[in-house]
Write a protein that binds this ligand. Sequence first.
Ligand code: ADP
Length: 755
Amino acid sequence: MAMTKSIPSTPSSVPKPHRHALSMVVSSWSKAGIRTKILLPLTLLMILSLIGSTVGFIISTNTTRNSILDRQLEEEARRFSASLALREKTVKESAQLIAGSPEVVDTLSKRYETNESDLDNLLTMDDRVVRAQERFRLDQILVFDATGQTRTNIAPSHLEPLSFTIQDALPCQTQSQIALIETELNQTDVHLLIGCAPVIGSMERTGTDELIGIVYTVQALNGILNDIKRDLELASTVSLHDQPEKLVTSASSENGQRLHQEPITIGETPLVATLLLNEQDINEIVGSGFRFMLISSGLTLLLLMAVAAWLAQGLTRPIVHLSAVAQAVAHGDLSRRANLNDEDEIGKLGGAFDQATTTITTLLDQQARTAGELQAILQSMTDGVLAVDLEQRIVMVNPAAAALLGQDQARLVGQHVSAIIIDDESVSAIGLQQIVKHIQTKLGNSQDEQAPEERISLGFRIVRLQSASTLGSGDRQTGAVMVLQDITEAVEADRSKSEFIAIASHELRTPLSGIKGFVDILQMSSNANFTADQQMFMDTIKRQTDNLVQLVNDLLETARLEQGIRTERRWVSLNGAIDEALHQVEHLATNRQIQINQFIEPDLPPVWIDPMHLQRILINIFSNGCKYVYHGGHVSIRAYELYDIRYLPSSPNGQPWSYKDERSVVIEVEDNGVGIRVEDQPNIFTRFFRSENPLSVEVGGTGLGLALTRELVHANKGQIGFRSEELKGSCFWVRLPAPTTDPVGTGSSTRATVV
Ligand code: ADP
């Protein structure tokens, strides 16, 4: 025998083909239209309910059918027995009725003669008997006279011969009776239900009541049974038998027939009535009921499906329409609208969709207009604009940028940004490389909104670069945009201006020095000969000349700085420099009766600075302290070493210390003078800016001092700042590098050459 070895499968894992089939069903279901999605489940549900009701029908029919049938069969048997008893009563009472009728008594009281009056009597009795036969639906009525002679025999011909058999079976001399007799008629056994009643009357000759005849009413049992059976509903066969030994009183099934036996008594005869129900017939009835149910359910199913299809179509029509419109809009046809008029949810959805489409159309129009305007602005701008994406591809370049880069605008778009460098040997190659580097740096650093501007040379042109990140949704960087500003003319104009200032200042300085010298000589030599007014004029001339000299010097210094500050840094002792600067401003403090308080640490480390610059810085902030304080005011000068690396403690706007060595020295000049108005504070280091205060006219000035000072501090890698409160005073501070190692690179912090 061939053996097959079955491999046990893992119960939890679904076999692959099943999974595949399942996924196919899921995917086809997801692709199915909404009508299918409504109708298919509905149809399945209806079919399931049809199957369910059919199965239920079969089960319930099978379980209840037999008990119902048995009960009904018992009921039928009782009805049969009652009908038979009624019939028995009718047969008996009809005999009594006829026996008591005057026509019968009258006729029988006369002796039978064949004269005319007897014939009349006889006919009258026959008439009465026939009427009784019709009324009680009897098969035969027999009337015998006292002599046993048949006076009337109303019967169908086949029963006529039975008259004496009946008389013999039931003498009925004294009282009415009822009996069932069995006799043979035409070689067939017949059962007859016979009722009889004696006729009592007085014969003409005697005049006393006596038995003058007997009336027999007869009905064939077959006829009775047929009549009763017509009234029954179920039983297919009803028969009467002699009582068996054992009765089948409760219904039972036998040879495909359900049977019930009911004991009855006719006259004195005990009998049994057997009712038989052919189950085949019942099955046919049930079967036809089942067929009827199936057909009606099928028709109902079809009707329901038609109604469901009609409803589904009505419900889904707006959805299908909306879906078609949505697809058209999604493919770019923004003119389409759903225009659903219903007030239900789908109608509202359609309305919202139309509104959204209108909004999108408006926004797109606006966007197109804005984009057009932006494009026009970019095309007509004199500044160049270059935009790149995160892959460093040029996404936009305007004509001005293309012209500055010396390239064809159309060629650049879509190229890598490095494509702007065509020729490495060209004069503008370095500048172009700087542009590429600048924008690459910006792409790698999206944090600072605007990168520091940078100046580059493109051939003979000077271009200022400034770039910013472009941000997409969620502030994600999408690229960078760079503005290239041609500042060649501006730089040239600035240079010419500086040149002019330098030349003019230089030319002014010589005559001014002469005037100043002669004024000094005049004041010294002929002091005694001047009148008071003359002396006052001389003082004014000297002061104004000093101011002019200061202005010219400042202008010259500024012009020099613009050409580039040259620093000659070395180790400088700060204590010594502070003393010297204080000495320079001493006469100013004395004239204005200013008290200078010094808080200077004795062993300040040497600073690494240009000594000339240090002097200018210190004199400027010391003299400003003395200038912008009322007569008799105070100025405090502090100098200390600072290791707090990042921020200056007294600075309101903390500025990070960018110098590579952490050690520094801070000089603070604090006064209790006029202070600086808040709105003027941002401009305090701007050239020629002078804040308005009660002392600005009295003390004079050019507004160049702090601007120069800041340039010098920065040139020497230091920091400068201030804090001030109007009418309360100001504090200017300077922080200078005091490196712990030799900045020149010898590695030693030599102080041998401190000046
Ligand atoms: P100026 O020659 O006018 O002094 P500066 O550049 O030195 O020019 O100063 C610019 C302006 O700053 C001054 O005109 C003055 O208004 C203001 N300023 C400078 N130092 C002080 C100070 N210590 N107190 C108040 N205001 C000051």
